[in-house]
Ligand binder design. Structure first.
Ligand code: N1C
Length: 251
C-alpha cells in the first residue's frame, strides 16, 4: 500500500510539474503574442517540447530547436536591437520600452530564467535535476539560448548595439554567447553598424582601446561599421530616466 501511495503521489507531483511549466509557457506565449498574428501557442509548445522530451538531457543539440524557431521566429526591430554580455541587468533597464533584446522576443521572455529538460523513456518535462550550463554542452537550456541567439543575431537590422562589461578582464569574451554565436551570425548588408557600449561602474576598468575589442572588430564582416563608446552605469540609467519614452539611444 505504501509503495502504491508513494508511486501515485510521485506521479501526480511529476505530472503537475509538467503541467505548471506547460501552462506558464502557453499563458506567457499568449500574453506576448499580438492577437492579429497567426501564432498558435499550443503549436509553439509542441515544437518546443519536441526538442528535448524523451531525450538524454546531455544530447540535445542547438539544431533540436530548429523547428521551434521556424514556428516562432524573433521579430526584428531595425535600429533598435540590443545585445549584451555580462551586463544583463543594466541592459534590460536601459532597453525597456525602446530596445529589443533577446528577452523581448516571445520565446526569450517565456524562457528567461527557466530550467527544463527531459529524460530518456519519459514524456515529461522536468524543471529540476537538469544539467547545469557547463555540465555538458548539449543541454536543453544552453542549446536553446545558442540556437535562439543565433537567429536573433541573424535577423538584426540597421544600427545595433551591444552593452559589454567594462569591469570584466575581457569585455569581449569569445566564449560567451555574444562572442561565440551572435557576432558570427550577424548578416552583412542587413546589419549596418555595431556600437559597443563599454559599461563601467565609475569609469574604472576597460576603455575602448581594450585588447579584447580588437578581436571583436576582426569578427565583423567588411562593410559593417564599428563604433565604441564608454559609459558609466549611472550615465546610462540617468539618460534612460530622463528620456520620457522618447527612445533616443543613451550612447
Ligand atoms: O553568454 P552571453 O552573456 O554573452 O549571452 C548574452 C547574449 C545576449 O546578447 C542575448 O541575446 O546572448 C543572448 N542570451 C540571452 O538572451 C539570454 N537570456 C538569458 C544568452 N544567454 C541568456 N540567458 C542566460 O544568461 C543564459 O542562461 C546564460 O547562462 C547567461 C549568459 O549570460 P552572459 O554570460 O552575461
Amino acid at each position: 500500500v505504501v509503495v502504491v501511495v508513494v508511486v501515485v503521489v510521485t506521479a501526480v507531483v511529476l505530472s503537475n510539474r509538467t503541467d505548471t511549466f506547460k501552462a506558464t509557457f502557453i499563458q506567457e506565449c499568449e500574453r506576448r503574442t499580438p492577437e492579429n498574428t497567426s501564432t498558435d501557442c499550443v503549436e509553439v509548445w509542441s515544437a518546443f517540447e519536441q526538442a528535448y522530451v524523451g531525450r538524454d538531457p546531455c544530447q540535445v543539440p542547438p539544431e533540436a530547436y530548429d523547428h521551434l524557431l521556424s514556428v516562432a521566429p524573433p521579430q526584428p526591430a531595425c535600429n533598435r536591437m540590443l545585445f549584451w554580455s555580462g551586463t544583463k541587468e543594466v541592459a534590460h533597464q536601459v532597453s525597456e520600452g525602446c530596445y529589443q533584446t533577446m528577452e523581448d522576443s516571445m520565446l526569450g521572455s517565456v524562457l528567461d530564467g527557466m530550467t527544463w529538460c527531459g529524460k530518456e523513456g519519459s514524456n515529461e518535462t522536468f524543471t529540476s535535476g537538469c544539467p547545469g550550463w557547463t555540465e555538458c554542452v548539449n543541454n536543453p537550456v544552453r542549446s536553446f539560448w545558442s540556437r535562439a541567439s543565433a537567429e536573433f543575431a541573424a535577423v538584426a537590422c540597421g544600427d545595433a548595439a551591444v552593452l559589454l562589461n567594462g569591469s570584466s578582464d575581457t569585455p569581449f569574451d569569445p566564449h560567451c554567447t555574444f562572442g561565440s554565436i551572435e557576432v558570427k551570425n550577424f548578416t552583412p548588408g542587413l546589419m549596418k553598424s555595431l556600437t559597443v557600449v563599454l559599461v563601467t561602474k565609475d569609469n574604472v576598468g576597460a576603455n575602448c582601446t581594450d585588447e579584447s575589442l580588437k578581436n571583436l572588430q576582426k569578427e565583423l564582416k567588411p562593410g559593417m561599421k564599428y563604433i565604441c563608446k564608454e559609459k558609466t552605469e549611472s550615465e546610462l540609467l540617468t539618460c534612460k530616466k530622463n528620456q520620457d519614452q522618447s527612445c533616443v539611444p543613451c550612447w
